[in-house]
Design a protein around this ligand. Structure first.
Ligand SMILES: [Fe+2]
Length: 136
């Protein structure tokens, strides 16, 4: 991961503009956080974690509203995934001692998990939203 910028890829597109814009912003912020962690830049790291927490939280709330409004069948499962991620970032807010172990853990949870979540669960959800809107 070191030295490799985290980039948006077309395969992450959900086809939903609002979700895609927010996912891109989140990827940029996660990338910034990992860079700051690598540099052990504690001066900026806490404000980035705070931003990330607030942004992730409101982004997930938006997705959850969309799922409820369209009676998404995998809502509960998707909600559990969101809860896991929000809890993880909330713990980061409390524990700001940056170690090498924590950096590699953040890379796999904050970044790898999130990319996989967009690629699989969010794309499935977006497909459902499309079908629901077309049917209505
Ligand atoms: Fe999601």
């Amino acid at each position: 991961m070191k030295g490799t910028p985290i980039q948006w890829k077309n395969e992450l597109s959900t086809g939903n503009d609002i979700l895609d814009i927010q996912h891109k912003e989140l990827i940029t912020r996660i990338s910034k956080l990992l860079e700051e962690a690598e540099m052990l830049n504690s001066a900026t790291i806490s404000s980035t974690i705070d931003f990330l927490f607030d942004y992730v939280y409101s982004h997930f709330v938006l997705e959850e509203k969309m799922m409820i409004q369209t009676e998404y069948p995998d809502f509960e499962e998707h909600l559990e995934k969101h809860s896991y991620y929000v809890k993880y970032i909330n713990n980061l807010k409390k524990n700001r001692l940056i170690t090498r172990e924590l950096i590699s853990e953040m890379q796999s949870v904050l970044f790898v998990w999130f990319i996989e979540h967009i690629r699989v669960e969010d794309r499935n959800m977006a497909e459902h939203l499309r079908q629901y809107c077309n049917a209505g």
